[in-house]
Design a protein around this ligand. Structure first.
Ligand code: SD4
Length: 332
């Protein structure tokens, strides 16, 4: 769609969205009321990501500034964290499972609703690029384990040992007690999920992680599964998740947020509602785990919310990159 045509279309749908979401805000007093300006221009290019990942979002912003696509932006952005051995929850240097294997999960989804994913991928530094190749070069959506690894080699990716000295040491220390205990906001919650809107107003997203530290062999979380860790609908918006994947899966988190936006909720209200679904489940032990969501609608209005304090997002908007602290269900 041509840019002018799109802006017109998006302001129309934005106006519809606005009326519905204002009505919704009045109905539900527990949710953050988001004041809307009907004249406000759509705000993009934009990139938003889970956690404090300034370098990743800056890299994505450089792609967007040069007129690159949202898909290129999120993939290039995620690759920064994947290649960083100091990030122990993503790619190289990610903490292993309880057997000492670093297994990676990643997915991408573009503006046309195409998607690709790799789960339980080993020995490859950039699972996000392999996920993109699955989307672009195969008739499938997901490849797992050995098949995904084999595919990566066929696509020219090289084999790399992802267990660094530091992550090996951490694993050996963990083995002494072998106690599996996801820790809120620490180490094992730094998955990078990113959504971008490019100059043409097109949306794409990506998500990449080494999953929960010291998980059982074979465990796959929410992050590589479309609708759970990531969902993008170019007409509505996109959402990404971080935190305890099992809980995101049980509530189909990212898809839920996009559907709530489709029904007229603002991104903020949608993120809050998705967290509410988790914490209000009967016998929910939400005090013991973290989940955080980030979302944007088609106009570049954003939302983010978590169960526990100290979740944050990084955003590129209006030419600058900043880290914003999230509000949370449990206050600080
Ligand atoms: C998972 N959601 O594998 C991921 C973990 C995560 O920050 O978000 N870490 O369950």
């Amino acid at each position: 769609m041509k840019r002018r045509k799109f802006i017109k279309a998006s302001s129309l749908s934005g106006a519809a969205l606005l009326v519905a979401s204002t009505a919704n805000a009045c109905q539900d007093k527990n949710q953050t009321e988001v004041k809307k300006d009907p004249e406000a221009k759509p705000s993009f290019p934009l990139a938003i990501a889970t956690w404090n990942v300034e370098r990743s979002v800056s890299t994505a912003s450089e792609v967007l500034k040069k007129g690159g696509s949202a898909l290129d932006a999120v993939v290039e952005g995620c690759k920064i964290e994947e290649a960083d051995p100091k990030n122990i929850t993503v790619g190289l240097g990610g903490l292993p499972d309880r057997d000492g294997n670093v297994t990676l999960d990643s997915c991408v989804m573009d503006n046309k609703g195409n998607c690709g994913s790799v789960v339980y991928l080993q020995n490859i530094v950039h699972p996000v690029e392999v996920a993109r190749k699955v989307m672009e070069e195969t008739p499938h959506v997901m490849l797992a384990g050995k098949g995904a690894e084999q595919f990566a080699y066929e696509m020219g990716f090289k084999k790399t040992d992802l267990l660094t000295e530091e992550s090996k040491k951490a694993w050996e220390k963990w083995k002494v007690e072998s106690k599996y205990d996801p820790i809120i906001n620490i180490e094992n919650h730094d998955t990078i999920g990113m959504i971008a809107i490019d100059n043409d107003g097109q949306l794409s997203g990506a998500c990449t992680t080494s999953g929960l530290a010291y998980k059982m062999g074979g465990r796959v979380g929410d992050s590589p599964i479309i609708g759970f860790g990531l969902f993008v609908d170019n007409e509505i918006g996109g959402a990404v998740a971080t935190g305890l994947g099992e809980e995101v899966v049980k509530t189909v988190g990212s898809f839920l947020i996009v559907e709530l936006m489709r029904q007229g909720k603002s991104p903020q209200q949608a993120c809050e509602e998705a967290i509410k679904r988790i914490v209000e489940k009967p016998n929910s032990n939400f005090k013991d785990f973290q989940v955080g969501y980030v979302a944007t609608n088609k106009r570049g209005e954003i939302g983010y919310y978590s169960i526990h304090p100290n979740f944050s997002i990084t955003i590129y908007r209006d030419g600058k990159v900043e880290n914003l602290k999230s509000k949370s269900h449990i206050s600080a």
